[in-house]
Design a protein around this ligand. Structure first.
Ligand code: ADE
Length: 233
C-alpha cells in the first residue's frame, strides 16, 4: 500500500509535511513530490498547483511514477450547501466538473457531463475511503462533517447567484478547483480516491476576504482528518 496525498497550495500540504517523516524529494513535470512515512505507512505528498490540469497531471504522476494505491486530496473549498459554515468538513461521495459545458451541442450533453465519454462524468469516491474519512472525522472534537458531491472548475466562485445556481443544478456540497480532475484521473486508472475539503468561504461576495482569512484554519482541519485516516488505513 502506498498513499498519495495531494493539496493544491502550500497551505494545504503544510501540515502533512510536518506530520510525515520525509526521506526523499523529487521533481516531475515541474511539481515537487515528497516521499515519506507515517508510522509504517508509505506516503507520497505533493502540491499540485491550482486548477484541473495541474491536478490531473499530479495524479497521473503519482500513479505512474510512485505507484500509489490510494489517493487522498486535502484542501479548502467554498460552501454551496446552505448549512455549511467556515471550518466545516466535506467528504466527497463523488466529484464532477461544473465547467465542462458542451450543452450548445444539444440536450444529450448537459453542463457537467463530458461529451463522447463512455463513463459517468460524476466520479464516485471509494466507499471505504469515504467511511474511513467519516470515522477519522468522528475522532476530532467539534468538527461538523457533511458527505456530498464536490464540484470543480477553473474558476474561483465569489457570487451568491452562482452558488444558488450550482447548488440547484448539481446538488453540490462545495466548490473548488481540483477535486474532480483528481477523481477523473484516479477513475481512469482504477485507483481509489476520496477528496476531503474544509470550508474556507461561502463562494459569495465575501469569498475573497474569507478565503484569505480562513484558508490556514480550513487547511489544517482538512489535514487533521487525513492524518487521522493514515493511522487506520
Ligand atoms: N476554493 C476555496 N474557495 C473557493 C471558491 N470560492 N471557488 C473556487 N475554489 C475555491
Amino acid at each position: 500500500m502506498r498513499i498519495g496525498i495531494i493539496g493544491a497550495m502550500d497551505e494545504e500540504i503544510h501540515y502533512m509535511r510536518q506530520a510525515l517523516d520525509i526521506y526523499g524529494e523529487s521533481v516531475h513535470a515541474k511539481g515537487k513530490y515528497y516521499e515519506g512515512t507515517y508510522g509504517t505507512k508509505e506516503v507520497v505528498l505533493c502540491k499540485s498547483g491550482v486548477g484541473k490540469v495541474n491536478a490531473a497531471i499530479t495524479t497521473q504522476v503519482l500513479i505512474d511514477r510512485f505507484k500509489v494505491t490510494h489517493i487522498l486530496f486535502t484542501g479548502v473549498a467554498g460552501a454551496l450547501h446552505p448549512e455549511l459554515e467556515i471550518g466545516d468538513i466535506v467528504i466527497s461521495t463523488s466529484a464532477l466538473q461544473h465547467d465542462m459545458d458542451a450543452s450548445a451541442l444539444g440536450p444529450h450533453f448537459p453542463q457537467g457531463t463530458i461529451p463522447m465519454f463512455d463513463y459517468e462524468s460524476d466520479f464516485t469516491a471509494c466507499p471505504s475511503l469515504v467511511e474511513l474519512a467519516e470515522q477519522a472525522a468522528a475522532k476530532i472534537p467539534d468538527i461538523h462533517v457533511r458527505k456530498g458531491r464536490i464540484l470543480s472548475g477553473d474558476q474561483f466562485i465569489a457570487s451568491r447567484e452562482t452558488v444558488e445556481k450550482y447548488f440547484q443544478q448539481f446538488d453540490g456540497a462545495c466548490i473548488e478547483m481540483e477535486g474532480s480532475a483528481v477523481a477523473q484521473t484516479a477513475f481512469l486508472n482504477d485507483v481509489p480516491f476520496v477528496v476531503i475539503r474544509s470550508i474556507s468561504d461561502k463562494a459569495n461576495g465575501e469569498a475573497t476576504v474569507n478565503f484569505t482569512e480562513f484558508t490556514k484554519l480550513a487547511a489544517e482541519r482538512s489535514s487533521s482528518i487525513v492524518e487521522e485516516m493514515l493511522k487506520t488505513i
